[in-house]
Design a protein around this ligand. Structure first.
Ligand SMILES: Cc1ncc(COP(=O)(O)O)c(C=O)c1O
Length: 446
């Protein structure tokens, strides 16, 4: 091991960081983080930082759970690896648990990232149609401002232009419609979906993919009936509904799955992040039984799903995932997310009197604060002024997020997604940091 003082140099010399401009990074490189406990990270100078975004919105049960380390340790000693073509208990047990929680029959395919979970969903949707007599259905409709991952298929589904510049041509067959946004409230997004399906020709459309609440794109809240209407539209036109719950599931918005809150079920569901709370890289694609059954056939045909990955269903990852869900249930973290989130939302709504705070919104512990130049026009606040709020919080040892490299002109939403174990005091600390940052960085002339 290197002495800690050498880590920053090694990092700068050798690592390529995501979403980071490296020029001048030596003056901006964050201090090395050495440990985590609950909602706090500790850096090399022993400074504690409140992590208001759970890493990348994934450490739902909080940092430093020895119980999860023990499960990983035991599993590594017993059976460190097995491909998903073979049978082992942790992956069967986690799959069974997820199907039980969902309450309908289906099958789980494990991957190690949310992006790949969505790739699998697209492949399943297309092959399903091929094998049920609709080979012309290949198009995937997604939404502007939605995020579905970084691999070329998932990026093609992503509706955030700034993430795609320079990486084209992307995968063919992906198109986009508007997502609803209760704050900007511009048009009937469900009706637009149906018109698009009709204009494209329903017989060419395989699936519609959406996040129940757009997360990284700006915590965009849908009307309560939107998902139900989408479900009906998909059913009417034979289009499969893929719900990307990589962020919203496993307690993030106060339920096991966000779609429970909106009263409609997907044909295919994708999970990630909170599934193992970031203790292991784990994601999943869950297909309803009727989808799965379309893949039945003779062993020498090609009807089976022909996707494989070395680490899908990894015994250590799935063992940790299972215990992670048991912790969530034992500690009633889904309810806690709702209660803590409601209180934090109510407090932050106090900011809405400020001329630059256009909207404060969210569900459970996924919250957004939309900053504007002008409340009447809802003109987004300039990205550098939004960044100054995030930086102010960081100087006060509180990490918050914001929309970044997403939709041109809309890097204006502060995002909070703290671990679900956030206490009242910690929630106060988070809210205070944001209130102070807004008061200091965006002085209110009135
Ligand atoms: C809604 C959503 N889907 C998919 C992904 C991709 O997951 P991963 O980064 O694990 O590939 C993300 C990641 O942020 C996400 O927010």
């Amino acid at each position: 091991m290197c002495p800690q003082s050498d880590i920053a140099k090694l990092d700068l010399d050798s690592l390529w960081h995501p979403l980071t401009q490296h020029r001048g990074l030596e003056t901006r490189l964050p201090r090395e983080i050495v440990s985590g406990e609950g909602v706090f990270l500790t850096d090399i100078q022993n400074q504690r930082l409140l992590d208001g975004v759970s890493g990348l919105w994934c450490v739902n049960v909080g940092y430093g759970r020895e119980e999860l380390a023990d499960v990983a340790h035991e599993q590594m000693k017993k059976l460190s690896y097995l491909p998903a073509t073979l049978v082992h208990a942790p992956s069967a047990m986690l799959a069974g648990k997820l199907i039980d929680m969902l309450g309908y029959p289906g099958k789980v395919y494990f991957t190690s990232s949310g992006s790949e979970a969505n790739e699998v969903a697209f492949k399943i949707a297309r092959q399903y149609h091929l094998q049920t007599g609709s080979p012309g259905r290949y198009k995937i409709i997604a939404r502007y401002r939605g995020y579905h991952g970084n691999t070329l298929g998932a990026l093609s589904a992503t509706g955030q232009a700034e993430r795609k510049i320079g990486y084209g041509p992307l995968a063919a067959g992906f198109l986009h419609v508007a997502a609803p946004d209760l704050y900007r409230n511009d048009g009937d997004a469900a009706a637009e979906l149906e018109e698009t399906i009709e204009r494209e020709g329903a017989e060419t459309v395989a699936a519609f993919i959406m996040e129940p609440i757009i997360a990284g794109g700006g915590v965009l809240m849908p009307p309560d009936d939107y998902l139900k209407r989408v479900r009906e539209i998909c059913d009417r036109h034979g289009v499969l509904l893929i719900l990307d719950e990589v962020v919203t599931a496993l307690g993030r918005v106060g339920a096991a799955f966000a779609h429970e809150l909106y009263g409609a079920e997907p044909d295919i569901l994708t999970l990630g992040k909170g599934l193992a709370s970031g203790y292991q890289p784990l994601a999943a694609t869950v297909s309803k039984q009727h989808i799965f059954e379309a893949f039945e056939g003779e062993p020498d045909e090609l009807n089976h799903l022909r996707h494989v990955n070395t680490y899908g269903g990894h015994p250590v990852a799935t063992a940790v995932g299972l215990r992670n869900i048991e912790i969530m249930e034992r500690e009633e973290l889904f309810d806690r997310s709702t209660k803590t989130g409601d209180a934090l939302l109510a407090r932050l709504r106090g900011l809405e009197d400020h001329p630059n705070v256009g909207d404060v919104r969210g569900r459970g512990l996924l919250l957004g604060v939309e900053l504007v130049e002008n409340k009447k026009e809802k003109t987004p606040l300039d990205a550098s002024r939004v960044a100054s709020i995030v930086a102010h919080c960081a100087r006060n040892h509180v990490i918050i997020g914001k929309t970044t490299s997403a939709t041109p002109g809309y890097s204006n939403v502060l995002i909070l997604a703290p671990p679900l174990v956030l206490s009242e005091d910690e929630s106060d600390q988070l809210a205070t940091a944001i209130e102070q940052a807004i008061a200091k960085e965006l002085p209110n002339p009135s």
